[in-house]
Ligand binder design. Structure first.
Ligand code: ADP
Ligand code: NA
Length: 333
């Protein structure tokens, strides 16, 4: 088809996705299906960088795919597959790794942060080359657009640089071997903050009390929202610098309810933080309740889920195989 193409993926490294993953990425994935040819992957090769237990990794791969489907990724319209089912991802990674400067890779801030926490002996070469694998994921499908959260901007820039380098070294002047991808980052939801520490991004590696997980029981979600850190003031205003906790709650409400932030601020004028929190609990449950229910149904029929993923892998592989052949040929392999 002539529609532009979208690619994105998430790692199966937790038992549930969180609200940052949903608002920063997954919700855009669902919407973009209307205007783009979409390809979405559960990137299990990336998940190996945290040395998961094998059974847990396998289970999380399924539960992650189930959450994509439950949120509205439609396998009739889009391609949904598991990264390791398409061996071309690992193969293109080698070629791109040979085009990536060691210093260039060393400047990736996510690697610097994670490796600082783990120490040199706990840090693997896999974690170091993670952004190169991510570039391969995207370039294999000639993606025009990559919907992600703000934290992925630097990795996307590397993907763009590698695409341009591949094209300038190996494609005849004025032609492209692979498409140079653009990030698609929606400003209002590009960074959802941790409820307990509202200057840090919500992350599965953060404090559990700061997380809203898609598959948590409603009671747990409600408790975390009601315990969200705000400030010593009493005024409900949108000011991410002075009032990060309150602003995060307003952003979450607005993103899920569709009510603009200034209207929310007017609605809560003179009310207390507790009122805002109760309203956030309600909009979050209205959004997550149906997803949670649908995930339960999908996991109860694992054969159907596996069949969807098998069909997706076949379709993805047909595209990936062509790209890899073109790249191998161009570089002399
Ligand atoms: P995490 O950051 O929790 O480890 P991933 O790295 O698997 O999760 O991220 C999956 C997707 O979710 C990426 O597109 C990422 O940019 C997005 N994302 C992660 N955390 C947030 C957040 N707090 N706000 C907005 N988007 C986020
Ligand atoms: Na991330």
């Amino acid at each position: 088809s002539s529609r532009p193409r979208v690619f994105s993926g998430m790692q199966p490294t937790a038992d549930s996705l969180h609200l940052g993953n949903y608002l920063g990425a997954l919700r855009q994935w669902v919407q973009l299906q209307d205007t783009h040819d979409a390809i979405y992957s559960v990137v299990d090769l990336h998940a190996l960088t945290v040395s998961p237990d094998p059974a847990a990794l396998r289970a999380r791969t399924r539960v992650t795919a189930a959450q994509y489907l439950a949120a509205g990724v439609d396998p009739e319209r889009s391609i949904l597959f598991v990264q390791s089912h398409v061996p071309e991802h690992a193969e293109l990674t080698w070629v791109l790794g040979c085009l990536t400067g060691f210093g260039e890779a060393s400047r990736m801030t996510q690697f610097k942060d994670k490796s600082a926490k783990q120490g040199t002996d706990g840090t693997t070469v896999g974690l170091f080359t993670y952004p190169v694998l991510m570039a391969a994921d995207i370039l294999l499908y000639d993606a025009d657009l990559v919907p992600v959260g703000e934290d992925q901007r630097q990795h996307l820039e590397l993907s763009r640089n590698l695409a341009q380098r591949l094209n300038s070294r190996y494609a005849p002047e004025g032609t492209e071997l692979v498409t140079v991808p653009e990030p698609y980052i929606v400003k209002a939801t590009a960074k959802i903050y941790d409820l307990a520490e509202p200057t840090a991004k919500m992350s599965k590696s953060g404090n559990p009390s700061g997380l809203i997980e898609l598959l948590d029981p409603p009671k747990v979600v409600a408790k975390r929202i009601k315990s969200a850190v705000t400030d010593a003031d009493t005024v409900i205003a949108f000011d991410p610098v002075a009032k990060p906790g309150v602003s995060n709650l307003l952003s979450i409400h607005s993103a899920l309810s569709g009510v603009p932030i200034d209207e929310l601020v007017a609605e809560f004028d003179g009310k207390m933080y507790g009122h805002l929190k109760v309203a956030v609990v309600d909009v979050v449950e209205a959004a997550l309740g149906p997803i949670r229910e649908r995930v339960g149904e999908l996991l109860a029929r694992p054969d159907e889920l596996d069949e969807i993923l098998a069909v997706g892998a076949q379709k993805a592989r047909a595209i990936a195989r062509e790209t890899l052949a073109r790249v191998y040929d161009a570089v002399g392999l």
